[in-house]
Design a protein around this ligand. Structure first.
Ligand SMILES: Nc1nc2c(c(=O)[nH]1)N[C@H]1C(S)=C(S)[C@@H](COP(=O)(O)O)O[C@H]1N2
Ligand SMILES: [Mo]
Length: 204
């Protein structure tokens, strides 16, 4: 019985060292759940195209353009607002801070709308976007990013709830004011910081 209690302690709930990495109201997921609103777009790396517009010099980039940029490995925790978290997800891709050297953004741009194949959008402030722990990911646990997890390319913003991490990302629109993305217009918080439990908007 003591053995079972210990097993339960170690495998069902996060240990003390992991517990302080799980934000309030979150639980550790089994595996890596998929959370998608609508259909999964099927886009090959060859046809994947990424555009920058708005308060930035318009630019179109290919998958090869991203592969030619400086590549980095990342280990990051992933928190979905529906209360599951997955720790230590390993990705490979391009740091947002490295990517920014390849485009020209107007200093007046304070906010960004992420656009995706399939029409999903999510907003983020420039301050939350341009951080060295944020990245464009094309590889998950050493394998090409599967379509259901956003392949061929997604954004990962580890310090915000995962709805801010756009799958099948195909563009960034630079703005001089905050606009709301898909979930944000439908009741989710405009920022979504998991440690502050910024889950839903208080505007409704
Ligand atoms: N384009 C797009 N990106 C998206 C979503 C989506 O439905 N469409 N869901 C978001 C939500 S709510 C979460 S929790 C994560 C889930 O990523 P995963 O399916 O790789 O676990 O993707 C986010 N990015
Ligand atoms: Mo989510």
């Amino acid at each position: 019985m003591v053995y079972l209690a210990i097993m339960g302690k170690f495998f069902k709930k996060p240990g003390p060292d992991l517990a302080d990495r799980v934000p309030p109201g979150q639980h550790l997921a089994n595996g890596f759940p998929v959370l998608t609103y609508g259909e999964t777009p099927q886009v090959s790396p060859e046809e994947w195209t990424f555009k920058v517009w708005g308060l930035a010099e318009p630019k179109s980039l290919t998958y090869q353009d991203f592969m030619a940029m400086s590549q980095s490995d990342f280990t990051a925790d992933f928190h979905c607002v529906t209360t599951w978290s997955k720790l230590d997800v390993r990705w490979t891709g391009v740091k947002v801070t490295d990517f920014m050297a390849h485009i020209k953004v107007d200093p007046k741009a304070t906010h960004i709308m992420q656009h995706c194949y399939g029409g999903y959008t999510t907003n983020i402030s420039r301050e939350d976007f341009v951080r060295s722990e944020n990245f464009f990911a094309h590889t998950l646990f050493g394998e090409p990013l599967p379509a259901e997890h956003g392949g061929p390319m997604r954004l990962v913003i580890p310090h915000l709830y995962a709805w801010k991490s756009a799958k099948w990302i195909n563009g960034l629109e630079f703005l001089d004011q905050e606009m709301l993305g898909f979930w944000e217009r439908n009741g989710y918080h405009r920022r979504g910081e998991p440690w502050a439990e910024e889950r839903y908007s208080n505007r409704f």
